[in-house]
Design a protein around this ligand. Structure first.
Ligand SMILES: Cc1ncc(COP(=O)(O)O)c(C=O)c1O
Length: 368
């Protein structure tokens, strides 16, 4: 690439603003070297936490490295830049956004906001429930609503389960651990009803793996709707800890009041990484395509083993161990693979993260 073109390109992707020089960019190698390092060090194959095995993207890695040099300064400017970039990406205003250290921080803040009055919260079962222990500690009673037989969210049953004291209704869409996705029209109908009674929190951690439109546009109008988003999945930045909330500006204000420094919990290096990642469309498209291929390969082979899989809209697969005659977790352990224990139906189901094709080939060999 001609130097002038490269400068233009760097400007476009926002790295010139973040101070990335051309020489640094030359030094960046593809993320595949990270994968090679894992395998050379005989590290376990991690198929347990739905991380993106291809990230961080080269641009995000460059931005992180470069911004270590200004980590003596607080993150005023870059966090403002990131809020602006996120608002542009989602076509919303900057006062509809609150940054957090991963979407975990957003989930925690929404929980705190909901628990200012005692009452209950609603969650499907199984769903992503890491945050629920904290909600219970804060005095909210947990109400669970089973999924349908085909492992879909049962929105009708969830509506019926709302109590007069329900403060928070959590929907993970697509749902973790099942990978299933709710019909958007049904979900909007549900939100219209449910948000009259309580705060509805939609966790869109995996929406980027689907073609479904985010609910962000609806959230900015509805004071009782909050969307949680993350850079941990398709952007490959789980360890950098960056997420954000999208909501009505008044709701963002309420969430911000629960923090001493709103949008202040992300490091300079991580913020720079997120800014660069937002512009690395090539990486996102590649990660999506590689995930799709490895997922298809895995599902086909699980089916050949006579194991029932729930159709996946994500970077993980939920399947039944009913027809698996050996000890699944022992097989994984013997092959240095980490999977996920699920306790639904006495552990008859499990979830596996979709890693690289090579990792999934090893996974299938391990359980054959
Ligand atoms: C559905 C869901 N929400 C939230 C999170 C938390 O992600 P993070 O805090 O890294 O954004 C995860 C992590 O796996 C998840 O699966």
């Amino acid at each position: 690439m001609l130097e002038s073109n490269r400068r233009h390109w760097l400007k476009q992707i926002g790295l010139s603003v973040a101070g990335i020089g051309l020489s640094n960019l030359d030094a960046i190698s593809a993320p595949t070297d990270l994968l090679a390092k894992d395998s050379a060090n005989n590290l376990p194959i991690r198929l347990s936490s739905n991380e993106n095995p291809y990230g961080p993207s080269p641009l995000a890695r460059a931005a992180m490295t470069e911004n270590i040099n200004i980590s003596n300064r607080y993150n005023w400017q870059l966090s403002t830049d990131l809020i602006q970039a996120v608002s542009k990406k989602n076509n919303i205003s900057t006062n509809n956004i609150l940054l957090g250290a991963g979407s975990t921080e957003i989930l925690d803040l929404v929980t705190r906001l909901s628990s200012t009055k005692k009452g209950s919260f609603l969650i499907a079962d199984p769903s992503y429930s890491y945050w629920t222990e904290a909600a219970e500690k804060l005095g909210l009673k947990k109400i669970t609503v089973p999924l349908t037989k085909s492992k879909q969210l049962d929105l009708d049953a969830m509506l019926k389960a709302i109590q007069s004291d329900t403060r928070l209704i959590y929907i993970c869409n697509p749902n973790n651990p099942t990978g299933s996705i709710a019909d958007r029209i049904e979900l909007v109908k549900f939100i219209n009803e449910a948000s009259k009674k309580a705060i509805v929190l939609i966790d869109e951690a995996y929406i980027d793996y689907t073609n479904q439109e985010s609910l962000s546009a609806i959230a900015i109008e509805n004071k009782n709707l909050i969307i949680a988003k993350t850079f941990s999945k398709i952007y490959g930045l789980a360890g950098a800890r960056i997420g954000y909330a999208i909501a009505n500006s008044k709701t963002i204000e309420q969430l911000s009041e629960l923090k001493s420094w709103a949008s202040g919990s992300i490091s300079v290096a991580s913020t720079a990484a997120a800014l660069a990642a937002l512009n690395d469309e090539k990486f996102v498209l590649e990660a999506l395509s590689l995930n799709k291929n490895a997922r298809q390969f895995t599902i086909e082979n699980l089916k050949k083993l006579n194991l029932v899989c729930i159709p996946s809209n994500t970077n993980f697969i939920y399947f039944s161990l009913n027809n698996f005659k050996k000890d699944f977790f022992e097989q994984l352990k013997n092959n240095n693979i980490i999977g996920t224990k699920i306790y639904e139906e006495q552990g008859r189901w499990t979830r596996i993260t979709v890693g690289t094709m090579e990792e999934m080939q090893k996974f299938i060999s391990a359980i054959q």
